[in-house]
Ligand binder design. Structure first.
Ligand code: NAD
Length: 490
């Protein structure tokens, strides 16, 4: 029988250190509200302090020698069981996220739990297959290259994919024999804090997988800790830069950064219109636009422009119709995460309208009077220099521009410091592949956009990130190469 008893009326509010729930040694607390009506959810979630972080690091260091040596089949069994447990508790975990993120189960919670479970299964499958290298002994020396775990590692994650990002970070870290400390976002702490009973039930030894709730101060303690060897971070660009700086100033810990985006979708005259409309409308509204790789800049060639705009407008209007109470089964899109995010997104829309940064095609208004619901919004004829065209809004707001030539649009697409995702829509395979290679981004969709796969590298170029998650690349990011040279001639 599972000991998982958490729910919205029994919230987890303790740190999970060394396989036990413990109180923080300090008094600092987080406050979280439900974005559907701004009611208080809790004001007593602990903010882990320096002593708490040290306690977790001590426990992790103690657990590491035995964990790294655990036979592959046993480690695989633990990760696989954890995946099963996440799946078995998907509804409860999603509810614990929904009460502070506002994302409906059918369109998001289910997907996110599935992503986390799949991440654990996928990485468990690698455990006995992540071989090193060896080089021939023709010169009298056999060279063996080993993949060594790093030791105590950590994941600092954002609020927009609280459980999915846990899978993307914890699974490869633990699969490769590291211990892992998870620091969820201050806006969505509960699904992470609730993992304790599942961590124990899966069979992770004490100290191997721990959870510390907190805000940026806890994140900073982890990023600058002298005995944490790696931080995998997902969040905003300014925080990512701080983390890299703290890593360099402390112990040169390894860093993976998954940061923001302002991703272009380029739709050529010969594109399949319905396909392009479907992908671009879904891309900017999924999770209420709070998705790092959302296609938020839509560029449409002049020959197809009018037809595209007509259908895109209808598709985005229809999205307004599925916004609602995230606790209702038929709701597909919930509110923005909180008041700060609502003010941020509304501010962009307001200034966009007032300053004539573009022409409002659809949306632009609040939905209802309570909670942080907003209409999916599109600006056309957008000024390329304007903030709605150049900055990440992180809400259901896209900007559209008409273009005539491929050269012109590739220049505009790449004229940014972001480089996470891009999409090209055309039925000409040569053009698709040419454009795909021209995009300065970590990922490109051809006749699709804003998607990811567990077995293919995920991440950004330029200021959108450093390193890659998913596939074998995630395991590489949590290991260090060691070259062993064997003298065969003595
Ligand atoms: P954020 O940078 O504000 O916070 C992310 C995490 O960092 C949180 O856990 C926070 O507590 C912590 N943090 C804040 N200040 C810190 C500090 N000084 N030191 C250490 N940790 C600190 O980002 P957010 O608002 O939670 O998330 C939104 C951003 O994340 C967007 O820019 C979005 O594009 C990006 N994002 C990127 C990806 C990706 O994979 N590329 C995925 C999801 C979100």
């Amino acid at each position: 029988m599972s000991s998982f008893t958490f729910s919205r009326s029994n919230l987890p509010k303790q740190l999970f250190i060394n396989n036990e729930y413990v109180n923080s040694t300090g008094d600092a607390k987080l406050t979280v509200h439900n974005p559907k009506d701004n009611t208080l959810v809790a004001d007593d979630v602990p903010i882990a302090n320096a002593a708490d972080v040290d306690a977790a690091v001590d426990a992790a260091e103690k657990a590491f020698p035995a964990w790294r040596k655990l036979p592959a089949v046993q480690r695989r069994a633990i990760l696989t069981k954890f995946a099963d447990l996440i799946e078995a508790h998907a509804v409860e975990l999603a509810e614990l996220t929904r009460i502070t993120l506002g994302a409906p189960y059918e369109s998001f919670g289910k997907f996110e739990a599935g992503l986390a479970a799949e991440a654990f299964r996928y990485n468990a499958g690698w455990i006995d297959k992540f071989a090193g290298e060896s080089f021939p002994q023709d010169d009298g020396f056999l060279k063996i290259v080993r993949n060594e775990p790093l030791g105590v590692t950590a994941g600092i994650v954002p609020w927009n994919g609280p459980l999915g990002t846990v899978g993307l970070k914890a699974a490869p870290a633990l699969a490769t024999g590291n211990c892992f400390i998870l620091k969820p976002s201050e806006k969505t702490p509960f699904a992470s804090l609730a993992l304790g009973p599942l961590i124990k039930e899966a069979g992770f030894p004490a100290g191997v997988f721990q959870v510390l709730s907190g805000d940026g101060s806890t994140g900073a303690l982890i990023a600058s800790h002298m005995r944490v060897r790696k931080v995998s971070f997902t969040g905003s660009i300014p925080t990512g830069k701080k983390i890299q700086e703290m890593a360099a100033r402390s112990n040169l810990k390894r860093v993976t950064l998954e940061l923001g985006g302002k991703s272009p979708a380029v739709i050529f005259d010969d594109a399949n219109l319905d396909n392009a409309v479907t992908w671009t409308a879904n891309a900017i509204t999924g999770n209420t636009g709070q998705v790092c790789f959302a296609a938020s800049r839509v560029y449409v060639q002049e020959g197809i422009y009018d037809a595209f705009i007509e259908k895109y407008k209808e598709a985005m209007k229809a999205k307004s119709g599925v916004v609602g109470d995230p606790d209702e089964k038929e709701t597909m899109l919930g509110p923005l995460v909180d008041e700060a995010q609502f003010k941020r997104v509304s501010g962009f829309i307001q200034r966009g309208k007032e300053q004539g940064q573009g022409k409002l095609l659809v949306g632009g208004a609040r939905i209802g009077e309570k909670g942080f619901f907003i209409e999916p919004t599109v600006f056309t004829d957008v000024d390329p220099q304007s903030e709605i065209h150049t900055q990440e809004i992180f809400g259901p707001v896209s900007v559209v521009r008409k273009f005539s030539t491929e050269e012109e649009i590739m220049e505009l697409s790449n004229n940014t410091n972001f480089g996470l995702m891009a999409g090209v829509f055309t039925q000409d395979i040569n053009k698709a592949l040419r454009v795909a290679s021209e995009f300065e981004s970590g990922m490109v969709g051809v006749n699709c956009v804003s998607l990811m796969f567990m077995n293919a590298p995920f991440g950004g170029s330029k200021e959108s990130g450093l390193g890659r998650e998913c596939g074998v690349h995630a395991l590489r990011a949590f290991t260090e190469l060691k070259t062993v040279m064997v003298n065969l001639n003595y």
